[in-house]
Design a protein around this ligand. Structure first.
Ligand code: URA
Length: 211
């Protein structure tokens, strides 16, 4: 089943079949994160093939925008209230869509692309891609007990949240990392421990960060 790795690499422009075999033998090629052996077959639509840690098969007709979304801009592609959308902030062609979403009152990183495979890999909850947020809360510094509750999981109306990483770099400012993506999750988590969110910025999506 699938395409032989050396053939795929050669077809993608990494050199002759022989050169590509050497790349594999040298341990420079991985499939889904594990070093590949010669003769390995891959499913081009689903396996992630990397050479020296860089994904192959990035086609020239694919575009990727890492947008710093401002407050007040909506993530949907067409807003019924005539508000500005994230799609209005990037070139019209080629048409892109957002991978996941941010609330209108949330700022920070949002990925826009026309690469449906990548979008599915990132957005699918089973992959548990980490998202990191900087959160300013009302109601003063958060107590150690509340932070522990956020770490362990809090009960929302759609169930318990999974364990999260939470720190308080400044009083009333949290750095929070989750790998679920429920609607308004960060805001609801903080409200569950008695703090309203006054500013929410996404600072990382998996390996993509604003630093
Ligand atoms: N959590 C929220 O509450 N809002 C977002 O926009 C993203 C995560």
């Amino acid at each position: 089943q699938g395409e032989r790795l050396q053939k795929l690499l050669a077809a993608t422009g990494y050199g002759s079949r022989r050169v590509c075999e050497d790349l594999i033998a040298a341990g420079r090629v991985s499939v889904n994160g594990a070093v590949a052996i010669l003769g390995r077959r891959v499913d081009v639509d689903n396996d992630l093939v990397e050479v020296d840690g860089a994904p192959i098969g990035v086609r020239p007709d694919f575009v990727y925008y890492l947008l710093n979304k401002p407050v007040g801009v909506v993530t949907t592609s067409r807003d019924t209230h005539q508000r500005q959308t994230v799609i209005d902030l990037v070139p019209l062609e080629p048409r892109v869509f957002s991978v996941g979403r941010l609330d209108v009152d949330t700022e920070g990183l949002l990925l826009l692309t026309n690469d449906g495979n990548l979008a599915n890999r990132i957005a699918h909850p089973s992959h548990g891609i980490e998202k990191e947020y900087l959160v300013e809360v009302a109601g003063g510094p958060m107590s150690a007990g509340s932070i522990r509750a956020l770490r362990d999981g809090v009960l929302l109306d759609d169930g318990m949240t999974a364990p999260a990483r939470v720190s308080q770099p400044d009083p009333g400012v949290l750095r929070l990392t989750i790998h679920e993506g429920r609607n308004r999750q960060v805001r609801r988590m903080c409200e569950a421990v008695g703090h309203r969110v006054t500013r929410l910025v996404r600072t990382r999506i998996g390996p993509l960060s604003d630093r």
